[in-house]
Design a protein around this ligand. Structure first.
Ligand code: BDP
Length: 601
C-alpha cells in the first residue's frame, strides 16, 4: 500500500485538526454517522481521545465514540480519483460520508482507504467516523473475559464478589493502556483516475553491483516506467520498464547508522510516484544475523507509541526525539512492540539507519481447547491474525529499516504446545510467502516452561523476553544469573541466532538506594549489569533490546504505580541511571562484528 504523496501529479490534504466528538454506548448509533451530532465537543485528530479531557469517562470509555468534520473538495479536483485514507483508527472503524457508509475496518494499527464517488460529493461534505474500542478474545490485541482478568485462574466463590455487578469494561490481556480513537493522520488524496496502485522493490547485491527489481501494480493494463535517482538527485537508471531488472554499479548500501536511500520514480500515464528504497541484504547464517554480509548486533529497545495527552496518537516530534535519544545512547534498533507503528516512524528509521523488527498486534494469545462461543471467537482471531500480518507486510515491505517480522509477542505456547505450533507454522509460512524480501520471521517467546515449547524452534531468529531478577527471583541477581545461564545453555543447542527482546526492572525515577533494592534506579542498573554479564558469554546471542525505552501508561492495578516504570527514560524522556550505563556499554559494542573473531565468525 502506497503512502500518500504530494508530487507533480498527486495532491494530499491533511484532515487533521479539531473534529466534533462525542462518546457513545455499546451499540452503534447510526444517527451519529448520518447527521451532525446533536451534542458535541472538540477533540484533536490525530490523537487518542482518552487523555485529552480531564474526566475519567474518556479514560475508561467502553464502546463507540463518534467523530465528525466537514470538508470541501475544490471543483477542479472533482474529476480526479479521490481517496480518503486513515493511518490508523483503534480498534474498529465505520466511516460514513454524507449519510452513506463508505468503508469499515477492523484493527487499530494499520491504514485503510475509501475511494470517494464524485457524484455523492456536496459543497460541505459531512465525514463521520464511529470508533469501537472494545477488545475481547477475538481481537488483536486480546481482551480478557472478566473473571480471568480480575481473579486470574482462581475465580472466587465468596458471596460479596459473586453478588457484585461490575459495569462492562475492557480487560486488556496486555500491559499497555488501551488508547483509542483516530490515532494517526487522515488524508484526502487526489490522483489521476488511471493510477499506480502499488510498488514492490527488491534488490540483490553482487560483486560490485546490485540488481534491483521493481514490481508495479496499475489500475489498468499498461506500461509503467522507472527512473532511479541517487541521494544527490542524479538519475542513475533511466526509463526502465517496470518489472524488468536494472543494475546499479558500485551501489551505496543501506547500513545501520549509515543509511543511504535511492528513489525510484515510477511513471504511468498521467500519474507518478516517488518510492524511496535502500539496497541491503539480510541473511541468517549459522548463529549470526547478517546485514550486508556482516554479523550485526542488535542494541536497543522494545518501545511503545505512548505519550502524555496524545496517548497512542501520532507525534512526529516525539518520534524525532526518540530516535535522537537512541543515537545518544548508542542504540541501533527497536521492535515495534506490540503492534505496527506509524508509517512515518518507519520512514524516519529508513533515513536515520535505525534497524526495526516489525510486530503484529498479536499480544496476549493462548490456545485453549474450546467449543461454542469461545471457539468462534478464537477462530475469528486466527482469521484476523492472518489479515493483520498481510496488511502489515503490504504496508511495510519496502522499508529498508525493517529487517524481520515478529508474528506475536509472548503467546502461551506451552499450554497446548502442538496446537500453538500448528497455528504459528501457518503464519510463519504466510509471512515468508507474502514478503517480497522474505525477511526472517520470529515469534517473541516468554515461556517459563520453555522445554515444552514447540513454537520457538520455528523462528529464523530466536527472540526471548526474560525477567529473571524481576518477576522471577526479584531482588536476587545471583539467582537471576543462574536461571539465565541455564536458559542460554538450553537454547545454545538450537544453533540459531538468539536475541533478548525484553528484559528489565521497574525503576521509579528519583528512588535511590545504596543497597540496590527493587524499584530503585540502582537496582535497575545492577539488574542489567548482571544479565548482560551472562549474555556476553554466548556467541549466538546477537542482540539485547531492553524493556522499555521509556516509562509508559498501563491499565491501573496493584502491579503498576502510575504505569510501567521499566523505561531507561522517564515518560517525558529524562534518562535514569541505567541509561548512562547503556550509553557507555553500547558505545563500546560495534554494530558489526561483536563477539566475532578476526575472520568475522
Ligand atoms: C512482558 C510483556 C510486556 C510487559 C512486560 C512487563 O511483553 O508487554 O510490559 O512484560 O511486565 O512480558 O513490564
Amino acid at each position: 500500500m502506497l503512502y500518500p504523496q504530494m508530487n507533480e501529479k498527486r495532491t494530499v490534504f491533511d484532515l487533521g485538526g479539531l473534529w466534533d466528538f462525542c462518546l457513545g454506548g455499546e451499540s452503534l448509533d447510526k444517527k451519529c454517522l448520518a447527521v451532525p451530532l446533536e451534542k458535541s465537543e472538540k477533540m484533536f485528530v490525530p490523537a487518542s481521545y482518552n487523555d485529552q479531557k480531564a474526566d475519567k469517562k474518556y479514560r475508561e470509555h467502553y464502546g463507540y465514540a463518534y467523530y465528525q468534520r466537514r470538508f470541501s473538495v475544490p471543483n477542479e479536483l472533482k474529476s480526479k480519483r479521490l481517496v480518503l485514507r486513515f493511518g490508523a483508527v483503534a480498534h474498529n472503524a465505520e466511516v460514513w460520508l454524507n449519510g452513506k457508509r463508505i468503508v469499515s475496518h477492523t484493527g487499530g494499527f494499520l491504514p485503510f482507504e475509501a475511494e470517494l464517488d464524485p457524484l455523492f460529493l456536496e459543497e460541505q461534505n459531512l465525514l463521520c467516523v464511529a470508533v469501537d474500542n472494545r477488545i475481547d478474545l477475538s481481537t488483536l490485541p486480546v481482551g480478557n473475559e472478566i473473571k480471568k482478568a480480575m481473579f486470574g485462574d482462581a475465580p472466587p466463590d465468596f458471596e460479596s464478589v459473586l453478588k457484585t455487578k461490575i459495569k462492562n469494561k475492557n480487560y486488556p490481556n496486555f500491559d499497555f493502556f488501551n488508547y483509542c480513537g483516530i490515532n494517526r493522520p487522515v488524508f484526502l488524496c487526489v490522483m489521476p483516475t488511471e493510477y499506480i496502485s502499488d510498488i514492490s522493490i527488491v534488490s540483490e547485491i553482487k560483486d560490485g553491483f546490485a540488481v534491483v527489481k521493481a514490481d508495479v501494480s496499475l489500475s489498468k493494463k499498461g506500461n509503467a516506467k522507472i527512473s532511479v535517482f541517487d541521494k544527490e538527485g542524479r538519475e542513475i537508471a533511466r526509463g526502465v520498464d517496470a518489472g524488468s531488472e536494472f543494475i546499479i554499479e558500485n551501489p551505496h548500501l543501506w547500513e545501520p547508522n549509515n543509511a543511504y536511500l535511492y528513489t525510484a520514480k515510477v511513471t504511468f500515464g498521467d500519474d507518478c510516484y516517488y518510492q524511496k528504497f535502500g539496497i541491503r541484504s539480510i541473511e541468517i547464517k549459522g548463529e549470526k544475523f547478517l546485514i550486508n554480509g556482516k554479523p550485526f548486533y542488535f542494541k536497543g529497545f522494545g518501545k511503545h507509541e505512548d505519550s502524555e495527552t496524545r496517548g497512542r496518537g501520532y507525534d512526529g516530534a516525539l518520534n524525532v526525539k526518540d530516535i535522537s535519544l537512541m543515537k545518544w545512547i548508542n542504540a541501533n534498533s527497536f521492535r515495534t512492540s506490540h503492534y505496527p507503528y506509524a508509517e512515518e516512524m518507519l520512514s524516519l528509521c529508513d533515513e536515520e539507519g535505525i534497524v526495526v523488527i516489525g510486530e503484529t498486534p498479536a499480544v496476549g494469545l493462548a490456545f485453549p481447547d474450546a467449543d461454542g462461543e469461545v471457539k468462534k471467537k478464537l477462530d475469528l482471531r486466527s482469521l484476523r491474525h492472518k489479515e493483520v500480518l498481510s496488511e502489515m507486510i503490504a504496508r511495510d515491505k519496502n522499508h529498508p529499516c525493517v529487517v524481520a517480522w515478529s508474528l506475536a509477542n509472548e503467546p502461551d505456547s506451552t499450554g497446548n504446545p502442538e496446537k500453538a505450533r500448528e497455528y504459528f507454522k501457518t503464519l510463519y509460512d504466510l509471512a515468508h510467502r507474502l514478503d517480497p524480501q522474505s525477511r526472517p520471521v520470529t515469534v517473541v517467546a516468554c515461556n517459563n516452561d520453555y522445554v515444552k515449547d514447540k513454537v520457538t524452534e520455528l523462528s529464523d531468529i530466536i527472540c526471548l523476553n526474560r525477567y529473571y531478577g524481576w518477576y522471577i527471583f526479584a531482588g536476587d541477581l545471583d539467582a537471576a544469573k543462574q536461571a539465565m545461564t541455564a536458559e542460554m545453555e538450553y537454547f545454545s543447542k538450537f544453533c540459531k541466532p538468539l536475541m533478548i527482546t525484553e528484559y528489565g526492572a521497574d525503576a521509579a525515577a528519583g528512588i535511590h538506594s545504596v543497597t540496590a533494592n527493587t524499584f530503585s534506579e540502582e537496582y535497575q542498573l545492577e539488574f542489567y549489569e548482571a544479565i548482560n554479564s551472562v549474555l556476553d558469554k554466548y556467541g549466538f546471542v546477537v542482540g539485547e533490546q531492553v524493556w522499555n525505552f521509556a516509562d509508559f501508561a498501563t491499565v491501573q492495578g496493584v502491579m503498576r504505580v502510575d504505569g510501567n516504570k521499566k523505561g531507561l527514560f522517564t515518560r517525558d524522556r529524562r534518562p535514569k541511571l541505567a541509561a548512562h550505563y547503556f550509553r557507555k556499554r553500547w558505545g563500546e559494542i560495534p554494530d558489526f562484528g561483536y563477539k566475532c573473531n578476526n575472520k568475522g565468525e
